[in-house]
Design a protein around this ligand. Structure first.
Ligand code: TYD
Length: 218
């Protein structure tokens, strides 16, 4: 059974999903989780900001559409606070226990949204990320890339609009470009760009092929 592969590894495996609004991360994470579980892997799924009782409380503050007056610095630090708690409480212990951790956003969301689009700078955000995550990087980061039109169109079909969804189209365009820039640099050789305008099945297959190859080779 494939799940035994991880027991020969020192640590578990961390896979993150990144992208703008309406990229379809949630559906793909669920698909990948089901596949991995069927293969015998021990899988943990978490979303950022959130994932623990404390981090979910921070999420309520940072994403609430009531908090339109939140200062950018506050936003930066709240995302990091939620992350620090999540890594201490769940992500790092799960990796120690050789589990596969699937993350719906993590450090690169801060690099893109706060570092590159809000203009805080990548370096300072990465320093904070390293504190929050204890210098942990994903083994694979899937960028689900979708045009702003398609992404916002998908999002408009749900009633799930938070403070950041309400940003301008220009903001979302910058988010998309920032992600593509990061993926192109491909630091740590972990980025995989997926065309998220394809069908759910096509995307799931591409993701599974990559994960299967990497996990077997790990
Ligand atoms: P969420 O409803 O989870 O959005 P999505 O379904 O698009 O993932 O809200 C998360 C929002 O928070 C999203 O707009 C991106 C933003 N965000 C940051 O700006 N910085 C961060 O570090 C994280 C984790 C999220």
């Amino acid at each position: 059974m494939d799940g035994t592969i991880l027991s020969s590894m020192k640590k578990g495996y961390l896979i993150s999903f990144e992208g703008g609004e309406g990229a379809g991360k949630t559906v793909q994470i669920k698909r990948l989780r089901d596949k991995l579980v069927a293969k015998g892997f021990d899988v943990v799924v978490v979303r950022e900001p959130g994932g623990t009782v404390i981090s979910e409380q921070i999420r309520d503050v940072v994403l609430s559409s009531k908090n339109i007056g939140i200062a950018y610095t506050t936003e930066v630090l709240l995302f990091q606070a939620a992350r620090a708690q999540l890594y201490r409480e769940l992500v790092l212990p799960s990796l120690e226990a050789q589990k596969v951790v699937l993350m719906d956003r993590t450090r690169d969301s801060s690099v893109v949204y706060q570092g590159m689009v809000r203009g805080f700078g990548v370096e300072v955000i990465e320093q904070l990320n390293n504190i929050s995550t204890r210098e942990t990087y994903p083994d694979i980061t899937f960028l689900l890339d979708v045009s702003v039109e398609v992404g916002l169109g998908r999002r408009a079909q749900t009633d799930k609009m938070d403070r950041l969804d309400m940003e301008t189209k220009d903001f979302h365009q910058k988010v998309r470009e920032a992600y593509l820039t990061l993926a192109k640099k491909n630091d740590h050789k972990r980025w995989v760009v997926v065309n998220a305008e394809k069908s759910i099945d096509d995307i799931a297959e591409k993701i599974w092929k990559t994960v299967h190859t990497r996990l077997v080779q790990a």
